[in-house]
Design a binder for this molecule. Structure first.
Ligand code: THU
Length: 134
C-alpha cells in the first residue's frame, strides 16, 4: 500500500526546535537543531554534538543527514534548521546535503523568536558545489 504522510512546514520546524533541545554544545554554548523531511514523509532529526577536541564537532545538519542515510533514506524534500538568531548552514553542511538534494528547500527558524522563519534553498546557498569530474 502506498501512503503519503503530509508533514507541514510548521511540524518540521517544531521537530528542529525539539532536536535543538538535545544539542551537546558545552564549549560553544550554541545549540542547533535540524529536521530533514524525506520523500516518504518521514522526519529525521539531528543536533550539534561537540567534543573537547573541538574540530571533531558535528553539526546538526550532518547528524540528521547521517541518521537518515543510515536508515536507508537518501531523498530529502526539505530541511528545517533551528538556531539562536537565525543563520544559515555552514559551508561543510551545504556541500554534505547537496550530495543528496542540491535544490533542498530550507526553513530557518530563530530559536529566540520561533515565529521568525526564513525560507531559502540549497541551490541559492551553494552555487557551484564541488562535483567529481565525470
Ligand atoms: N553548527 C551547526 O550545528 N550547524 C551549522 O550549520 C553551523 C554550526 C554548530 C557547530 C558548533 O557546535 C556550534 O554550532 C558553533 O559553531
Amino acid at each position: 500500500m502506498n501512503m503519503t504522510i503530509v508533514i507541514d512546514r510548521n511540524a518540521l520546524i517544531a521537530a528542529a526546535l525539539a532536536a535543538r533541545e538535545r544539542s551537546y554544545s558545552p564549549y560553544s554554548k550554541f545549540a542547533v537543531g535540524a529536521a530533514l523531511l524525506t520523500s516518504k514523509g518521514e522526519v529525521f532529526t539531528g543536533c550539534n554534538v561537540e567534543n573537547c577536541s573541538y574540530g571533531l564537532t558535528i553539526c546538526a545538519e550532518r547528524t540528521a543527514a547521517c541518521t537518515a542515510v543510515a536508515a536507508g533514506r537518501r531523498e530529502f524534500t526539505a530541511l528545517a534548521l533551528a538556531l539562536s538568531g537565525g543563520g544559515t548552514p555552514c559551508g561543510a553542511c551545504r556541500q554534505f546535503l547537496a550530495e543528496f538534494s542540491p535544490n533542498l528547500p530550507i526553513y530557518i527558524v530563530d530559536a529566540d523568536a520561533p515565529g521568525k522563519i526564513m525560507e531559502t534553498s540549497l541551490d541559492v546557498l551553494l552555487p557551484g558545489r564541488f562535483e567529481l569530474p565525470t
